[in-house]
Design a protein around this ligand. Structure first.
Ligand code: PLP
Length: 492
């Protein structure tokens, strides 16, 4: 929101503080300020609006008392629950816990909502080519599993997961079934890990930029988040962070990283593990994109495979290679860790639904999964190439720069001319196309000039149409807003 647009009348009957309360309240009502937004510091807003700091402090306090803002020491003041209509029969807003209010960041949910909106061409959420989903085989296997294992499907299931799926995953990941925990989507795994290993105030070092779901989850666990620039991948810098912050955990996505597409070399993997072992810092290796390589041979071995000290928790999902709607993920770790995480999972959802576990297990055992992956890679390469060609045709480098991904699902892009992703997103949404705004991948509010485009989820024709719409929004935004002096931002 542009605070500079707020206007105040100095000789109005209403106090300046009252006017500021009203202005912020109506911005929250109009959703110009959405839940989870951080407001400027009191000092910064006072300076910007030429008000006294006391006026801003009092306005923030008033809005806090009304349940619209929440201050958090060291982090700032945030918009919390969405306003309720004044005539709501019961004021639920005042009942929402401080924890829930502080962690009301809707970024992921909004990404998914936009993607489900058929009016929009969405490059926002990370979804594979669903048209490749092996529907006929899946249907047949559902029949087979229901016929042969209805007790396992309909009865109680083991919290750790169905044995055939643990076995199939273990064989693929080069581990033992007892070291595999099945998850209801890998997002659940991040939550379990955070609950199991993080106490409020602990530090987590994580990719910068990095996966928004990890940022949200570790933040909600009360962790202090420290970013490590994974694109540079400087291990001396990582060592500095280990020494300075003594983190409880390193979270990284070393293969076709979300959002940048970076792949760590074998040497970088070995060096990273050596550091983690030297400083005794557990590593969460989030690895959902390993099977999505497009051009070259498969990526280097996982950190988990290279680990000789039981220090890595490997974490993955079928969402990026089959379908996110299955809500099926898994992790591999030492048996001790699996047991601890299973005890927490039991409290969360008892166990993961059995039918899809058994169908996917049979899918893997029979070799159909590998056939599917080969087909998916071909289709993803076609879509990646189409997006690359469309970007080259419609968006010259002065508007948008990007690197061509070799796997994963995304183009990570930087806007030229100082244009901001957030503004562009508003114009693009009106033109019927959406993307993921760069800011959501940073824990520290950087990323204003970056954005992520998922190339895998749309058919080539829709990719072309979507990029055309994006280019039109970008160019019209540029004509209207860009500063006179054109400065080309360097590529990341
Ligand atoms: C790095 C990373 N981890 C985890 C997830 C969550 O996947 P799931 O659908 O299994 O919860 C995603 C989804 O985008 C991701 O990119």
């Amino acid at each position: 929101m542009n605070y500079a647009k707020l206007k105040f009348k100095r000789n109005d009957a209403r106090s300046l503080y009252g006017q500021l309360v009203e202005a912020l309240e109506s911005a929250i009502e109009r959703e110009d300020l959405t839940a989870g937004t951080r407001l400027p510091s009191e000092r910064a807003l006072a300076a910007q609006l030429k008000l006294s700091r006391t006026t801003v402090v009092n306005a923030y306090r008033e809005l806090e008392a009304r349940g619209l803002l929440r201050s958090h020491v060291g982090r700032g003041t945030f918009v919390c629950a969405r306003p309720e209509p004044a005539d709501a029969p019961f004021a639920w807003r005042g009942k929402v816990s401080a924890f829930a209010q502080l962690n009301a960041d809707p970024a992921l949910r909004n990404l998914h909502l936009d993607t489900m909106n058929s009016r929009l061409i969405s490059f926002a959420a990370g979804i594979p080519a669903i048209e490749c989903f092996p529907l006929a085989d899946y249907r047949r296997l559902i029949e087979q599993v229901l016929r042969e294992s209805s007790d396992a499907v309909l009865g109680l299931g083991p919290t750790e997961g169905q044995a055939p799926l643990r076995k199939a995953i273990a064989a693929r990941a080069g581990t033992r079934p007892e070291r595999v925990l099945i998850l209801s989507g890998s997002q659940q795994g991040l939550d379990l890990i955070a609950r199991c290993l993080i106490d409020a105030g602990d530090t987590v070092v994580l990719d910068r930029p990095g996966y928004v779901g990890a940022i949200q989850t570790f933040r909600a666990a009360g962790a202090k988040l420290v970013g490590w620039d994974t694109v540079r991948g400087d291990l001396d810098e990582l060592e500095d962070l280990f020494l300075r912050y003594r983190p409880k955990l390193l979270y990284t996505n070393p293969t076709f990283q979300n959002p940048t597409g970076k792949v760590f070399s074998l040497r970088e993997r070995r060096d990273l593990l050596r550091l983690a072992v030297r400083y005794r810092i557990p590593v969460v290796e989030d690895d959902p994109y390993r099977e999505t390589y497009l051009d070259a041979a498969p990526p280097p071995p996982t950190l988990y495979e290279l680990d000789e000290h039981n220090i890595v928790i490997h974490h993955s999902t079928f969402s990026k290679v089959l379908a996110p709607g299955l809500r099926l993920g898994w992790l591999a770790a030492s048996e001790y860790v699996v047991d601890q995480l299973a005890l927490i999972k039991q409290r969360e959802n008892l166990f993961t639904e059995g039918l899809s576990q058994l169908v996917v297990a049979e899918f893997m055992r029979s070799g159909l999964f590998d056939e599917h992956l080969a087909k998916l890679r071909r289709e993803h390469a076609r879509r990646r190439d189409r997006m690359s060609a469309s970007l080259a045709e419609h968006l010259p480098a002065k508007f948008l720069t990007h690197a061509r991904p070799k796997g994963g699902l995304y183009f990570w892009c930087r806007l030229g001319h100082g244009l901001k992703g957030r503004q562009l997103l508003q114009q693009a949404t009106a033109a019927g196309v959406v993307f993921a705004n760069g800011e959501i991948f940073y824990a520290d509010e950087a990323g204003a000039h970056e954005l992520r485009l998922c190339f895998a989820s749309q058919t080539p024709d829709r990719i072309e149409e979507g990029i055309k719409r994006l280019a039109a929004s970008l160019k019209s935004g540029h004509e209207r807003d860009a500063p006179r002096e054109e400065s080309l931002m360097p590529m990341v």
